[in-house]
Write a protein that binds this ligand. Structure first.
Ligand code: MG
Length: 159
């Protein structure tokens, strides 16, 4: 059996915060606002994996109203959710993500980000792909006010 999951997230970009994508700190003048560390890519991935397994979503696991998740490391949050997905009998087929971000250029960091996500999930780097699109200078993305991510995953029932 296979299952598909879709995750989406959006964070405001603001000065005085780190830009963290897939667990990698990307040098930039702004970063993601957020209750946790704001890693918008890991949040979308977490939702895709939980959704595919029918286990809930990141908000039900880690309510923003709960102060223990303030500035939380999103990699640890993802690891906890992924462990539950694996315990439910699923293995990862592949994970594909699109980041909408005007600046900075993502391509120089792509391999590092894929490697980081693969390490967090303990899967092979070739199961993970990430690409980036600009907002063509239009709207929140194009004006550099926000970053968005869509993530799709395929889960396969463990043999
Ligand atoms: Mg988020």
């Amino acid at each position: 059996m296979i299952r598909v999951g879709l995750g989406y997230d959006k964070h405001v970009l603001t000065e005085g915060r780190k830009l963290i994508l897939g667990g990698v700190i990307i040098p930039f003048e702004k970063g993601e606002a957020g209750h946790s560390d704001g890693d918008v890519l890991l949040h979308a991935i977490t939702d895709a994996l939980l959704g595919a397994a029918g286990l809930g979503d990141i908000g039900s696991y880690f309510p923003p109203s709960d102060s223990q998740w303030k500035d939380a490391d999103s990699a640890l949050l993802l690891k906890k959710c992924w462990q539950d997905v694996k315990n439910a009998g699923w293995v990862l087929g592949n994970l594909d993500c699109v980041i909408a971000l005007e600046k900075p250029k993502f391509l120089p960091f792509r391999d590092q980000v894929r490697e980081s996500i693969a390490n967090i999930l303990e899967v092979s780097k070739d199961q993970i792909f990430v690409k980036a699109k600009t907002g063509e200078k239009l709207g929140d993305i194009g004006q550099g006010r926000a970053v968005e991510v869509w993530s799709v995953c395929l889960l396969e029932a463990e043999k």
